[in-house]
Design a protein around this ligand. Structure first.
Ligand SMILES: [Ca+2]
Ligand SMILES: [Ca+2]
Ligand SMILES: [Ca+2]
Length: 349
């Protein structure tokens, strides 16, 4: 069940499938404007006054950057910020390949991130970059011929403002709402602070793209941890046998356990009695529960996630993006991406 172990590891697969709703450069009342690159309280205006044609793209790769060098210095302290990357790298070292889930979701067209860039793609004193959530694309080709649809609930009220020089867009900071694909099911939208984007752009696509920003403590507590808990509890429940909705009960190690409802020759992993939880579970499920379900009740709560030793250390808030008060309030992340030309209609263009 390698695939399943991979899927279960996605409790930390914080996959930023889309970034949207970027505020204007001058809008710093909620923290995004404390960053370098834009004059404090200044910038062009609240609206990004880019002119010219819009270029439309769809992501063909999104990679969770594992290292700090090359990431944005979100809090302007002279050091690049990417706290999440270290966690992803740590898990990869343990054989949990989270990136694989992202790659598969993009390739099958279920994770769709659309970009609209306004301005001359060689040189623009003011250019804008907006990212939309896209509806799933059936069998995307990523050859410039794909047609996409912006999701009706994709925020569209603001754009990331920047410049294009020598074919490279650089813009931000701004507040961005991102979509987190934690595994199967509906992605989760999470607000990011202080987002910056840089990418080489041309008519065919974008290259060497990087997006950096911070997930606030509130967002982690209110949205991310509960979503991870839901994901884990759903995968535990998914060990149920045919005809049931929950894993079978058991008592002793040698109790006979029924196969899961999804058991096939290709997916033969049996269930065995997890005696600490008195549940028939696949060993890959028990392995994850042993890390997080510390009271052995078979349910992972958001508190169990938040207070987990590994997670609380790894998800250390590392950047001050709110209040400019030297109190670190957000977890920095960095995503690398490439995109290719695509056709879609964007609201207001
Ligand atoms: Ca920094
Ligand atoms: Ca528990
Ligand atoms: Ca702060």
């Amino acid at each position: 069940m390698k695939l399943n172990v991979g899927m279960r590891s996605t409790w930390l697969a914080i996959i930023f499938s889309s970034a949207v709703a970027v505020t204007g450069c001058g809008d710093d009342d909620d923290g995004g404007g404390e960053n370098p690159g834009m004059p404090d309280g200044g910038g062009p205006t609240e609206e990004c006054e880019a002119t010219g044609a819009f270029s439309h793209y769809v992501n063909n790769t999104v990679t969770i950057k594992e290292t700090k060098p090359g990431s944005f210095d979100l809090d302007d302290n002279g050091r690049p910020d990417n706290q999440l990357g270290g966690i992803i790298g740590l898990l990869k070292g343990q054989g949990l390949n989270i990136q694989m889930t992202v790659d598969e979701a993009i390739a099958e067209g279920s994770l769709v991130m659309l970009h609209s860039v306004q301005g001359d793609l060689s040189t623009a004193a003011v250019a804008s970059w907006q990212v939309y959530l896209g509806e799933p694309i059936s069998e995307p080709k990523f050859d410039g011929t794909d047609t996409a649809t912006v999701k009706s609930d994709s925020p569209d009220e603001a754009k990331l403002c920047g410049t294009i020089a020598g074919g490279t867009f650089e813009g931000g900071p701004g507040d961005v709402t991102v979509q987190l694909a934690l595994g199967e099911g509906e992605p989760l939208q999470v607000a990011l602070k202080g987002v910056q984007i840089r990418a080489q752009v041309n008519a065919d696509g974008c290259m060497e793209g990087i997006l950096g920003g911070g997930v606030t403590d509130d967002e982690l507590n209110d949205r991310v941890f509960p979503a991870i808990a839901d994901l884990l509890n759903n995968t535990t429940a998914d060990d149920h046998p045919t005809g049931a909705t929950a894993p079978a009960a058991c008592v002793a190690e040698n109790d006979e356990c029924p196969p899961t409802h999804r058991s096939t020759k290709a997916d033969p992993e049996p269930t065995v009695c997890d005696v600490q939880r008195s549940l028939c579970l696949q060993e890959s499920t028990t392995m994850v529960l042993d890390i997080l379900d510390k009271d052995f009740d078979g349910v992972v709560t958001d508190v169990e996630i938040k207070t987990n030793d590994i997670i609380s250390q790894a998800l250390n808030l590392d950047v001050d993006l709110i209040g400019n008060d030297d109190v670190e309030d957000s977890l920095s992340v960095a995503l690398e991406f490439t995109c290719v030309k695509a056709a879609f209609t964007a609201p207001g263009e």
